[in-house]
Design a protein around this ligand. Sequence first.
Ligand SMILES: *[C@@H]1O[C@H](CO)[C@@H](O)[C@H](O)[C@H]1NC(C)=O
Ligand SMILES: *[C@@H]1O[C@H](CO)[C@@H](O)[C@H](O)[C@H]1NC(C)=O
Length: 297
Amino acid sequence: MRPTYNNAREKKYILSQSVSQPTKIGVFYTAFYGVLAALVAICMWAFLQTLDPRIPKWTLDGSLIGTNPGLGFRPLPPTDNVESTLIWYKGTHHDNYKQWTDALDEFLAVYKVPGLTPGRGQNIYNCDYNQPPPKGQVCDVDIKAWAPCTKENNYSYHKSSPCVFLKLNKIYDWIPEYYNDSSDLPEAMPQNLKTYIGEMQKTQMHKMNTIWVSCEGENPADQENVGPVDYLPIRGFPGYFYPYQNSEGYLSPLVAVHFQRPKRGIIINIECKAWARNIIHDRKERVGSVHFELLID
Ligand SMILES: *[C@@H]1O[C@H](CO)[C@@H](O)[C@H](O)[C@H]1NC(C)=O
Ligand SMILES: *[C@@H]1O[C@H](CO)[C@@H](O)[C@H](O)[C@H]1NC(C)=O
């Protein structure tokens, strides 16, 4: 049956109802969502004003890491034993020390190839003590100065005189307070480091703003067994790497510690420390110092 309309007026009324109702709803929802979108945009904008992608929200004393940097060492013992800090190998067996030199290859790869760190290539700057990097640029790490602690030389593991690398944990905006006066050094500092700093002040005064490092046998027997220790390229972390401000491409400075003639066949307990006035050494909290053992069969 065809729908019939009583008259023309009724027909017009029905048509106007079915057209204007959806239009009103459409206008209402458009306005409603428009206002919502505007509110979200305003909140987002206000939130983003408080954030800088390069600056962490919590820094220094407000941060959980605190203001006391930790010290770390590489190569790390295999991950299947996280508690172990023992570097153990047979000097003459390549298969035996390979895991340590491989671990170092992997750790140092970013230092050898700037392209592995985003932004490093274009931001790299040839820093020196009297030439700190401009804002946003990062210092080069001279890996050739690590010799004999180089990949080509198997980090000297094959000669039973292994190299261990030290690294200070990054803390945003932390500024070291240097021991840059040899007449004002702490009691607890090892005598050979005091002597080194004294020499440095006489001959290379401009390098005094350095975070010094020391590595020693822990007990008297260890001190005897550890033998002579060399630090490359210098005995500390140069001050021009600080403060760390999350510039794109930044890599921490490293100190290569070369154990030149450690006694073989015995475990040697070694403790390394970083020295600045605002570094407190606390072995339990694992800050300012690091402990590991060496055993070369
Ligand atoms: C490094 O180790 C490999 C394998 O043992 C050896 O062939 C090479 O001669 C070593 N490098 C040096 C500089 O002795
Ligand atoms: C020595 O270190 C202090 C604190 O880190 C610094 O303020 C001062 O300028 C440094 N002295 C020299 C001669 O660089």
